[in-house]
Write a protein that binds this ligand. Structure first.
Ligand SMILES: [Zn+2]
Ligand SMILES: [Zn+2]
Length: 190
């Protein structure tokens, strides 16, 4: 796909200092979503998003914070090392505004932090999971919903095993839906 260079996707590390991971993520995102990527400096987690009882951060509040923090970026993808949740789920790997501007991925449960039930994985596997979840959540901001194809990056993942099973690629139908969304939004690929 041809690059739409005037649309900037900002990647915002939140409590996460890993330039190599951010570069790898930006590179893979660009292969799927042909925009320009800018990696911001590491920011603190918004304090008001912390649920003290759960010891986790409320994902929706972080998305609201990201949107308010940058009024010009085409899309904003937050990547946090902290554990995130939505009220109906114990934990989530990521969250996004469907058809909106902000998306969020948490690396907390993707493998390098030992916690109940998951053994630490190789770094390459961890990076791969972050990339897949980054593509998945950013895909939601383009209106893409969950896909029934288990190898498609837009399939829903409840466990890291689910993530490992899917690819970094969108299936044909999700690719078509993404192209339709670009056309609908009046974004011409030159
Ligand atoms: Zn999803
Ligand atoms: Zn799909």
């Amino acid at each position: 796909m041809t690059l739409v260079s005037d649309r900037v996707v900002k990647i915002v590390p939140l409590g996460l200092s890993d330039a190599g991971l951010m570069m790898a993520l930006a590179g893979e995102l660009e292969r799927t979503f042909p925009f320009s990527y800018r990696i911001g400096t590491d920011e603190k987690m918004p304090v008001d998003a912390l649920d003290g009882m759960r010891g986790q951060y409320h994902a929706t509040r972080i998305l609201e914070h990201l949107v308010a923090s940058d009024r010009t970026a085409f899309r904003i993808l937050g990547v946090t090392s902290f554990d995130i949740f939505t009220p109906i789920l114990q934990y989530i790997f990521g969250e996004a505004m469907l058809g909106g501007r902000a998306a969020l991925v948490s690396t907390y449960r993707l493998g390098t932090v030992p916690f109940e039930g998951v053994v630490p994985c190789r770094h390459a596997v961890f990076v791969d999971r972050v990339i897949k979840e980054g593509i998945h959540e950013l895909g939601h901001t383009f209106g893409l919903t969950h896909c029934d194809d288990h190898h498609c990056v837009m399939t829903a993942s409840l466990t890291v095993g689910d993530i490992d099973e899917k690819s970094t690629q969108m299936c044909y139908y999700c690719q078509m839906a993404f192209k339709d969304e670009l056309a609908r939004a009046g974004i011409a690929q030159s």
